[in-house]
Design a protein around this ligand. Structure first.
Ligand SMILES: *[C@@H]1O[C@H](CO)[C@@H](O)[C@H](O)[C@H]1NC(C)=O
Ligand SMILES: *[C@@H]1O[C@H](CO)[C@@H](O)[C@H](O)[C@H]1NC(C)=O
Length: 412
């Protein structure tokens, strides 16, 4: 069954990603030491643990999505430097990627991290935590410990989650909104725009480590996926929540490493690329708080892109089930060529990024952005940057965030 094999191998790819951000040496220790990372310590939110302590005004909010998930969102109303005069602040959504949460943005000092830089530049900053991550595990009727809670893929972030976030912020501020996303937060943005979601509510869009196509990954991990190695899959084990810290997933990953003789010690580099500029202590803090859960379906959906090189809705892999969901035997395609040509877009991609491969980004640009209005598209390439650098490199404020800020300040 070559098809099942290739799905399994792709599942391994993403398991390996999880392992990579964790590292096996610390695994057992962390589990005992920190307990369940998915529980919120004594109800303390991200504002208290990471934001107000630095002198920023921060508000904890909840946004309920159209499909019932209750997201935790931090609004940073004021930077440390008060903006003088009568100005209306422009809102910015800051959206993290898969298997991490909003806390990742705050690993570095205030003058180095993206949300605080935006706040200090007079923006009204909204940090979103995607469903299933530590601070966003509530639902109007489902419990995060139930399978049903996890029956979603990134299609649902596009269809329900992001539109609810935009609606909420539009209503609160009465303004058009800037958006900056990393990794999966770029794919969901691109697909949203192609689907005509929030096009009238957004002012401009910044994409860091853009992901759309994934087939051209040249890393050993990509090669492993292509060679179809794995025998056992998570879906056949019936796991709907992909909890990287859970016993079943960690066992699964350990077994896979043994079975295929993978050097699981240096997987972070193997998977995200050779990050040039991560600070040792920030990195160890990162390992303490991440990775976070996602749905197994989301990882499989990403895996399907690796395999097919086509952007479509989640493939249930049985014609009759696809029929049930979509009224057709195969999943409907997403067409990124439908992204409005006049939406201001900034993209930054790195030459050392193993997930957002140069060749995949080039395909994205040449297939869908050739006829984007020239003055509405800026693309930055940073030779020595990899996937993790865009989240918390010590020089990201100089290399990237300064450009993002001035891009948002431009009058389009
Ligand atoms: C701020 O400016 C708006 C219009 O730009 C005006 O309606 C409002 O009264 C001003 N507020 C103050 C406090 O000056
Ligand atoms: C980024 O900023 C630098 C200056 O800090 C500038 O030279 C460069 O053109 C900018 N790139 C983009 C794509 O905005």
């Amino acid at each position: 069954m070559p098809f099942v094999d290739s799905m399994n191998s792709i599942a391994l790819t993403f398991c390996v990603i999880v392992l990579a951000v964790h590292g096996p040496q610390t695994w057992a220790l962390d589990r005992g030491f920190l307990g369940n990372r998915n529980s919120t310590p004594s109800g303390e939110g991200l504002c208290a643990s990471s934001i107000t302590i630095h002198g920023y005004k921060c508000q904890e909010l909840e946004i309920t999505t159209k499909d019932g998930y209750i997201l935790s969102v931090q609004r940073i109303l004021d930077g440390r430097v008060k903006v003088v005069g009568n100005v209306t602040k422009e809102p910015v959504i800051v959206q993290h990627g898969v298997l991490v949460d909003g806390a990742t943005w705050f690993l570095n000092r205030p003058e180095q991290n993206l949300p605080m830089i935006l706040a200090d530049n007079g923006f009204d900053v909204w940090v979103v935590n995607t469903r299933g991550t530590r601070y966003s595990r509530k639902h109007i009727k489902l419990d995060a410990s139930s399978q049903e809670y996890w029956y979603w893929s990134w299609d649902d972030l596009v269809a329900y989650e992001l539109p609810s976030v935009f609606d909420f912020i539009s209503k609160k501020t009465g303004q058009k909104i800037h958006y900056v996303g990393h990794s999966l937060g770029t794919l969901t943005a691109l697909v949203s725009l192609a689907e005509g979601k929030w096009v009238n509510q957004v002012k401009s869009v910044a994409l860091l480590s853009p992901i759309a196509y994934l087939k051209r990954m040249t890393t050993p991990i990509g090669a492993i996926a292509a060679r179809s190695l794995l025998g056992e899959s998570l879906t056949s084990m019936g796991i709907a929540e992909f909890d990287p810290n859970g016993v079943r997933v960690t066992d699964f990953i350990h077994n896979s490493c043994d079975k295929y003789n993978l050097n699981c010690n240096d997987l972070f580099t193997l998977v995200t690329g050779e990050n040039c500029c991560l600070d040792k202590s920030s990195f160890s803090d990162f390992m303490k708080i991440e990775p976070q859960s996602s749905s197994t379906r989301t990882l499989f959906h990403l895996a399907q892109i690796v395999r097919t090189d086509v952007l479509s809705k989640f493939d249930f892999m049985r014609p009759n089930i696809n029929m049930l969901h979509y009224g057709q035997p195969t999943p409907p395609l997403y067409d990124l060529s439908k992204i409005p040509k006049d939406i201001p877009i900034f993209m930054s991609y790195g030459g050392a990024d193993a997930l957002s491969d140069i060749a995949d980004v080039k395909k994205l640009l040449s297939d869908h952005f050739q006829d984007h209005e020239a003055d509405k598209l800026s693309v930055q390439f940073i030779q020595n940057y990899a996937h993790g650098d865009y989240m918390f490199a010590t020089n990201a404020h100089e290399q990237v965030y300064r450009n993002v800020t001035s891009f948002f300040k431009r009058n389009f």
